[in-house]
Write a protein that binds this ligand. Sequence first.
Ligand SMILES: [Zn+2]
Ligand SMILES: [Zn+2]
Length: 339
Amino acid sequence: METSRQPVDRWLFPRPEGLYCAAGGFYIDPSRPVARAVITHGHSDHARRGHGHVLATAETLSIMRIRLGDDHAGATQVMRFGEVLRIGDVDLSFHPAGHVLGSAQICLSHAGRKVVVSGDYKRARDPTCAPFEVQRCDLFVTEATFGLPVFRHEPAASEVNRLLSSLEQRTGRTHLLGVYGLGKCQRMLALVREAGYKAPVYLHGALYNMTEFYQSLGFDFGELRSASEAPENDLAGALVMCPPSALTDRWSRRFGDPVRAAASGWMRVRARARQRGADLPLIVSDHADWPELLQTIGETQAEEIWVTHGREDALLHQIGKMGLNGRALSLVGFEDEAD
Ligand SMILES: [Zn+2]
Ligand SMILES: [Zn+2]
């Protein structure tokens, strides 16, 4: 009913702890410990320890236990995709965000208004998580990690082929691939297998726990071996995955003269690739690029768009050109690097 509609910013607004839903008494992805937190996904800038109560998908809760310890929260509650839960005066539901395993968009209905908080998301195919599902809403709260027209990700399969051709052509040289430990690592493993790469893939120790969690859910990544335990001869010409920071640190020295690759949306920027020490930059991202942001904003049919974190100015300008109302929330505590 029109009469019951009130501006959303009366019941959903930023506080120092993060985005707060006053009608339900909870925060979404708060950057400080709070009594009640709703968590979109397991990346460290969204999922932190110390909350009294955490509501998230089963996968996100498992990821939080692996990364933060069993005692990361006072209590936890599993939310299934599509299920509706009443909290205070809000009807809340989770829908796949396509970002990493377990990642969810949070849908809030209150006082005749429907709001969708995207968390991080992408529209490109990813064999390791459920695909993004468009939710029509009145207000869409979007990330903007890659909110500049220059950011256009390449099709992941063609970037993976560039990696595999390099492995074929530069025989004998170890290929180090820098990947973020949650999501990107497992997506790249799945994609190299889909592309027909059959040899064992070697993993840096820091990538093991999370990858084993995916395997425990039934994901098949072929033969994986520990990079630190492998004889040096086996590593010549092999594919070795490591965290981005390991590409240039002491650990990388044992590989002789390796090819250094990195898979990230930031690899679109030459300076970033150089900074990471990547001579084979692969533009593979778990975030929406510029066209995907605009496509998604259009498909939600929302009249109002709030931007949580990332590059806000260009996106807000574009939102205005689309005839929509835009607002920058400028939430703190979110980092660029998690891709
Ligand atoms: Zn994320
Ligand atoms: Zn994020």
